[in-house]
Write a protein that binds this ligand. Structure first.
Ligand code: KG4
Ligand code: ZN
Length: 339
């Protein structure tokens, strides 16, 4: 029973078709033009979604070799995200639902990320600890099943991806900063200087990344005048990346031990980070905990993860569920508990 899913919460327009947990197509169009502004401009993002969504929809159907008449249900991200961007995806989906008389499953974007590691790793078990690290969110979840989880930790201020983005800007590079810092760090010395590992010993599962950005700014103001040489930029990137990664790995492993789980699932844009992948896998091996990462393409925003979770929900639903088109797009973030 193929599901057509739509994702437009931030700066990626994506349409995917999922059937029995398999991706038949997953078209992702990234709005690279935000790079020159150093961050996503919401009004421009929603206009760009509007311009591209119809093409992406047709491409997704073409690639899947299906027609809209083969689709059994629709799924769409309706929260959280940029309101104007979400409105484009939800209204496009509602239009299709009306025209083709299809049920429509609204999906929380963060929940999509939580389960995205399972899309290519069916063998990984529940319960698990899920770390979702993106540009807007950094959170730890105790996940019991596809229909039940609990938030156990959140960032108190900036998300980890936001820290990568702001530090890239301070070094004179563009947006998104994560891939740039990741690449610079591969040539740098992580022990060049010690940035704070905020809240690493706080005893809870919360995070804080805004102090890191401030101490990074002070460090470069104190130690450099004018343009910083590439070699130092690489060392700074490696040092700051290892501070971020160390906290993420330490808290996730601590949570996995406390909740006695055998699986850790890491997702969201920052899960593409090469050092996070290496360090989380090393720690997982050490404590005999399986670590699941989505492939890099599925760690960024994409509609396949939305369709994947929607299919799980739809299979557990009753005949007339998901016929209500009055649900709205909302920028609101997470529910503390999901059942
Ligand atoms: O999940 P995502 O695509 O969008 C949101 O929902 O926010 O995540 C985007 C974030 C950006 O902050 C970007 O800098 C970060 O993911 N990111 C990375 C890497 N690739 C993307 N951060 C660190 N290392 C990377 N390789
Ligand atoms: Zn995301």
């Amino acid at each position: 029973m193929p599901i057509l899913a739509i994702e437009s919460s931030c700066d990626e327009t994506s349409v995917a078709i999922i059937n029995e947990g398999k991706i038949l197509s997953n078209i992702i169009s990234s709005q690279y033009f935000h790079s020159k502004y150093g961050g996503v401009i919401p009004e421009l993002a929603s206009r760009a979604h509007l311009k591209s969504i119809s093409d992406i929809y047709h491409q997704a159907l073409d690639e899947s070799k299906l027609s809209i008449n083969d689709i059994q249900a629709l799924a769409v991200t309706n929260q959280p995200g940029l309101l104007g961007s979400l409105v484009v995806g939800t209204n496009f989906a509602k239009g299709l639902a009306l025209r083709y008389n299809l049920p429509i499953i609204p999906i929380n974007h963060i929940e999509g990320h939580i389960y995205s590691s399972y899309l290519e790793n069916y063998e990984y078990e529940f319960p698990s600890i899920a770390l979702v690290v993106s540009g807007g969110h950094t959170a730890l979840f105790y996940v019991k099943s596809y229909s039940e989880y609990e938030i156990i930790g959140l960032t108190r201020d900036d998300a980890a991806g936001e820290a990568f983005d702001k530090i890239s800007k301070l070094l004179g590079f563009g947006y998104p900063g994560g891939p740039i810092i990741d690449k610079l760090a591969q040539e740098g010395n992580p022990k060049y200087t010690d940035f704070p590992r905020s809240m690493i010993n706080s005893g809870d599962f919360n995070f804080s990344f805004s102090g890191l950005k401030t101490s990074f700014r002070y460090f470069i103001q104190k130690n450099f005048t004018g343009e910083i040489d590439l070699k130092f930029k690489q060392d700074l990137a490696a040092s700051v990346q290892s501070a971020i990664v160390e906290v993420l790995v330490a808290k996730t492993i601590k949570a996995a031990k406390k909740y006695k789980v055998k699986t850790i699932a890491v997702s969201g844009g920052v899960s593409a980070n090469s050092e996070l992948r290496t360090k989380m896998n090393e720690s997982g091996n050490k404590y005999k905990i399986k670590v699941a990462f989505p492939s890099v393409r599925l760690s960024m925003d994409n509609a396949a993860m939305i369709g994947f979770l929607a299919e799980k929900k739809y299979l557990n639903s009753h005949l007339n569920d998901y016929r209500d088109l009055t649900f709205v797009a909302s920028s609101n973030a997470l529910r503390a508990r999901y059942k």
